[in-house]
Design a protein around this ligand. Structure first.
Ligand code: ZN
Length: 193
């Protein structure tokens, strides 16, 4: 695992902006459903059990979770349907993120791209400015509101705490876009009025 890689402040800002961009581009609402997101992007989704025996063996060899193939711009995501629903959900968005971030071209960036995809997935599933709008903010409420696994909800809660420490009442541009998209216009206009 490559949890240790620090991508740099500007890369994290870029990834957050990209996550918001794709949420808006696909007109997604929360909690985000990964299959819906992939379909709105025009991706095909195929489970490992739909493959024939030989293909299935190759799929497992490629990844125990999921992977995607880009065939002349036509993207197909293959996923292991025998995993838990939360894990599948996470894996499919993970593959979507590799695809929309144009990953997989430069082999030497593999570890960085893994870290980028993980961050993009976590941010897209539960962005701190949206967590901030919950009436009660706890691991449990985040888990329910954003349909996360308990581990993902813990991560989102901790990440939200970090965000909150830096938050001075002014949202960043992509945060304003996201809040407006999700119907929190009042929250965005609070300061202006
Ligand atoms: Zn990956």
């Amino acid at each position: 695992m490559c949890q240790g890689i620090w991508l740099g402040g500007s890369t994290y800002e870029f990834l957050k902006g990209e996550a918001v961009h794709w949420v808006m581009h696909c007109d997604m609402q929360y909690p985000v459903d990964s299959f819906d997101l992939a379909k709105r992007l025009g991706f095909k989704i195929i489970s490992y059990d739909e493959l024939d025996e030989e293909q299935r063996a190759a799929a497992y060899e490629t990844s125990e979770d999921a992977f995607f193939i880009d065939k002349d711009g036509e993207i197909t995501i293959f996923y292991n349907n025998n995993m838990s629903p939360e894990r599948i959900e996470n894996s499919v968005i993970h593959e979507v993120s590799h695809s929309v971030l144009d990953h997989g071209i430069d082999e030497s960036r593999k570890d960085i791209e893994e870290t980028e995809a993980k961050f993009f997935t976590k941010y897209l599933k539960a962005p701190p400015p949206l967590i901030h709008q919950l009436p009660i903010i706890s691991i449990d409420s985040i888990k329910i509101a954003f349909k996360l696994s308990i581990e993902a909800a813990e991560y989102a809660f901790n990440y939200y705490q970090k965000w909150l420490k830096k938050f001075d009442g002014n949202y960043k541009e992509y945060e304003i876009k996201l809040l407006k998209h999700c119907g929190f216009d009042k929250e965005v206009n609070k300061k202006a009025s």
